[in-house]
Design a protein around this ligand. Structure first.
Ligand code: GSH
Length: 217
């Protein structure tokens, strides 16, 4: 059976859980305690993920870290070209949105939200929130351009592009960017949430997140 290392609070792990559910693949969950920095312990970095993050997906001898690597593996392994098309133009179009998820959404929405929710800032002490929001808003404006014209980010049905962008756009109000000014995104979020077998959301992050211990990897 496949195994997913996931965090209770992890939006990136949610992406992989969503696809596993959509593809009806049974899997075992292993919770990595992000609060106690288990993901930065030497054994985790040496044996599970050199990047010190979740999600990580194991399938037999194969181990993949990074939500996109996991989703690409699952879609290709199951030969689901509906979730990840193979034609050059269609695959490249999916990659537009994956790139957005790993750049402006990650650094703007994910890190901005983490700062607001837990008072943990990648850069500075919170005075940079407007800069995080500028990245995040840029991503959402780009998505709105597409979603004001079509139901899904790429092509005429849901793909891994939608899953990659979904969690941190859903939670953008917690990074201080409300959905009000993005009607296309609001309709798209409802469409995603109405999909059958959409995996349960992660638990909301708490503020009492201790500092990383000095001996962490
Ligand atoms: N690019 C990675 C990002 C993963 C990521 O940011 N995971 C978070 C949990 S949602 C994490 O493990 N953070 C701990 C850290 O980055 O130190 C992916 O898409 O999987």
């Amino acid at each position: 059976m496949m195994r997913l290392y996931t965090g209770m609070e992890s939006g990136n792990s949610w992406k992989v859980r969503i696809l596993l559910e959509q593809l009806e693949i049974p899997y075992e969950k292993v919770y990595v305690d992000l609060l106690t920095w288990e993901h930065k312990k030497k054994e985790f970095i040496a044996n599970i993920n050199p990047r010190g993050q979740v999600p990580v997906l194991e399938d037999g001898e194969n181990r993949f870290w990074d939500s996109t690597a996991c989703m690409v593996y699952l879609a290709r392994k199951m030969n689901r070209t509906d979730w990840l098309p193979l034609e050059a133009d269609k695959m490249a179009d999916v990659m537009h949105w994956i790139a957005l998820a790993h750049c402006e959404i990650h650094f703007g929405l994910q890190y901005g939200r983490r700062g607001v929710m837990r008072d943990r800032w990648v850069i500075g002490n919170g005075s940079n929130l407007p800069e995080y929001q500028k990245f995040g808003r840029g991503a959402m404006n780009t998505m709105e351009t597409r979603l004001s014209k079509q139901d899904w980010l790429s092509g005429d049905h849901i793909t891994i592009a939608d899953i990659a962008c979904f969690p941190y756009v859903l939670n953008s109000p917690e990074a201080g960017i409300p959905h009000d000014e993005f009607p296309g995104i609001r309709r798209w979020l409802d469409r995603c949430l109405a999909m059958p077998r959409w995996a349960e959301p992660p638990r909301a992050p708490t503020r009492d997140y201790p500092d990383m211990p000095a001996d962490a990897g």
